[in-house]
Design a protein around this ligand. Structure first.
Ligand code: ZN
Length: 147
């Protein structure tokens, strides 16, 4: 089914549903299309401005234009802080056991869950070889000796 925006000679616009474009042509030719406002049969298809703009190519252009604009640093810091807060609340801190736990979860030994912690470069290489991808974000260092 496709929907066309239709316009009567009287100026009234409405939507019409059709099996396909051919179906619309057939109905128009046979004068099956009737204006709900005035009953007139001089119905034409109009292009809605919104639908005309929503082609994939124009969407692609919009995205590219956005990517070319550098984000404000303050905005980036805000996003990072939100991410850090989310990770702290929702991820279990396994500290230096991150690589070991990641492997255990990967092989179904441990319960699947969100974990965070620290890894060494060799550990990261090993995880990558096992097909485990780590998301690395800078976390604020907290001084545990305070109080
Ligand atoms: Zn009309």
């Amino acid at each position: 089914m496709i929907v066309f925006d239709l316009k009567c000679d009287c100026g009234y616009t409405f939507e019409g549903w059709f099996q396909n474009r051919q179906d619309f042509d057939n109905q128009q030719t046979a004068s099956f299309l009737v204006c709900p406002e005035c009953g007139g049969k001089d119905i034409r298809k109009i292009l809605s401005p919104i639908r005309a703009q929503s082609s994939e190519s124009s969407l692609g252009r919009d995205l590219q234009e956005k990517e070319e604009k550098p984000e404000l640093l303050s905005g980036a810091v805000e996003v990072l802080e939100t991410l850090q807060e989310f990770v702290e609340k929702n991820f279990e801190d396994v500290g230096t056991e991150l690589a070991t736990e990641s492997l255990k979860i990967h092989y179904g030994v441990s319960e699947p869950r969100n974990i965070r912690g620290v890894t060494t470069a060799p550990e990261e290489k090993k995880l990558k070889e096992e097909g485990i991808n780590l998301l690395k974000i800078p976390m604020p260092v907290k001084n545990k000796n305070v109080n």
